[in-house]
Ligand binder design. Sequence first.
Ligand SMILES: [Zn+2]
Length: 302
Amino acid sequence: MRLFYLDESGNPELSGASDSYVLVAVGIPIEKWTACDKAINQLKASYNLLSSEIHTAWMLRSYREQQEIEGFDSMPHEERRQAVIRVREQKVQNYKANKSPQALKSLKKIYKNTEPYIHLTYSERERFIFDLAARVKSWSFARIFAEVIDKKDYRPPKPDLTPEVQAFERIVTRIEKYLSHISNEQKVYGLLIHDECESVTASHVCNMKRYHRRGTFKSEIKHIIETPLFVSSDHTNMVQIADCCAYALRRYYDSADAALYTPIKARADKIGSDIVGFNHYTSNNRCECDLCKAKRKRQGKA
Ligand SMILES: [Zn+2]
């Protein structure tokens, strides 16, 4: 049996801020779960992050307050934390006096989401995320599936298909093909575990039931059981890994930064040397990303 952990990156609305919407599934054999969870906890512990959820996008922001504290890098972790909290409390007071309620709300949101990581410098936070990606790269038993939707050039076959539903259906189809491929006389089953997310829960459950009855657009579903289970990412290390992978793909597509994408891509599902687990969905038939170029080459259109 395989467990597939799903998470997304980017805004699914076509009018949203991000250029791309990414859905990722990280699959591991059920018997490897304990080793994976332990490896993540060991790495977290070495950065004083054992009780924290890893949210890659929040971790890799620049925290301006840290630069305002003299000698920050040479302080012990707890001293850094207290120093950042003092600066932030001061800033909140300034905002209350001089800024709009909306600006204050945004500031508090940033502080709340970055609070678990304020004891680490930017380069330490970056090193942690790259260490995490290196762990995932070393998991030869893991397979990653990803659908990257180019929202600027999004023309789906059915116009009412949202990026979220389109990405989910394509990931389900690809996982089904993978499970079918690795099954022999013993059928290998898969279970989807999704980051808890109010906006997609009902839709994914309803669509999965439909796929069980009638298949997806491209495939019958014979190896994936149940509807997706929804879990809270703050308690589930493997969903945090899926978050890191989804972020890596969005960085590559939205900011042309391949540094984190390269180690993650090493675990993409492949047939031979062809990556079949990742797809860039775009109507731009001259896209120069490595996935589109490889696809054109396979189809003899290069
Ligand atoms: Zn592309």
